[in-house]
Design a protein around this ligand. Structure first.
Ligand code: G3H
Ligand code: ZN
Length: 290
């Protein structure tokens, strides 16, 4: 089946209180792993390419990989540009078959974030593509910021209704205590803030930095309105860690058995996250609605 928009998947997740598992991929191996896991779980998933992946592989390869995956898959898949900051990349993504884009204006002043996000929404909606915006700043764990600094960057619930109305985004990434990369301690999510954001916005909410967030915390976030869980680092760790381990144990000079091992390792991680999101078995109902 063709790629579907993220909005169509998120709408179903929101109506049924689960989250669409959304995974960063970089190449054929992790893409195949994500799709194989999604099929094994009969789950919808969002395939995400970041600007870093676009620099690594280029739009034509990413487009071709995702299109082939979707044409062979029995589960609904969306192709999403993750953390798009360059408008040029957003435009190229739209032209290259992406069915969803994130405009990450979190580094901009509020008014500029609103203005540019609204511009992206206008262009993307005319092309039939959904848009995720970000309000507040989701840090990287490597930024080593203090608790006070992280709190200062969190999404202000008081701005949410206006931001959603003025930008027209289909989904909103929230900064509520998660970070990208590996956590040093257990992440503390601000659930009161999430509940207040949920009150202010009726659109699906997105939790970034899914790696290392305890399962119970993810479940609580889903109950409070998170409809999309982004996971990247966990897949990269499985990919590289399994290859590292295999090379320590065996002398291998053919990449294929190594990449088979990596793919199997990523499949396991992805299946776990799909189950955690409550997305197993949801593909059928979405397909019936298409
Ligand atoms: O946008 C991507 C995600 O937020 C990935 O975060 O690498 O910490 O899992 P993660
Ligand atoms: Zn992210």
């Amino acid at each position: 089946m063709p790629l579907v928009t993220a909005a169509c998947l998120l709408e179903h997740a929101q109506a049924n209180t689960y989250a669409i598992p959304s995974f960063n991929f970089h190449d054929l191996v992790d893409l195949q792993a994500i799709v194989t896991a999604a099929e094994a779980e009969a789950a919808p998933v969002i395939l995400m390419a970041s600007e870093g992946t676009i620099r690594f592989a280029g739009f034509p390869y990413i487009e071709a990989l995702a299109r082939v995956a979707a044409s062979q898959a029995k589960v609904p898949l969306a192709l999403h540009l993750d953390h798009g900051r360059e408008l040029d990349n957003i435009m190229k993504g739209i032209r290259h078959g992406f069915t969803s884009v994130m405009f990450d204006g979190s580094h901009l002043a509020y008014a500029e974030n609103v203005r540019l996000t609204n511009w992206v929404v206008d262009v993307a909606h005319r092309a039939g593509i959904s848009v995720e915006g970000e309000l507040g700043q989701i840090p990287g764990t490597e930024d080593d910021i203090s608790v006070a600094e992280q709190a200062a960057g969190m999404t202000d619930p008081g701005l949410v209704a206006e931001y959603v109305e003025r930008t027209g985004v289909d989904a909103l990434a929230v900064a509520i205590g998660t970070a990208h990369g590996l956590y040093k301690g257990e992440p503390q999510l601000d659930f009161d803030r999430l509940a207040a954001i949920r009150q202010a916005a009726v659109i699906p909410l997105v939790l970034h930095g899914g790696t290392g967030v305890p399962d119970a915390t993810v479940r609580q976030a889903i109950n409070l309105g998170i409809c999309k869980l982004n996971v990247g680092t966990d897949l990269r760790l499985a990919y590289t860690g399994s290859i590292d381990q295999a090379l320590k144990e065996h002398e291998i000079n053919d990449p294929r058995p190594l990449l088979d091992i990596a793919r199997e390792a990523v499949i396991e991680v992805v299946r776990d996250k799909i189950r955690l999101c409550g997305a197993s078995g949801q593909a059928k109902a979405i397909k019936a609605q298409l």
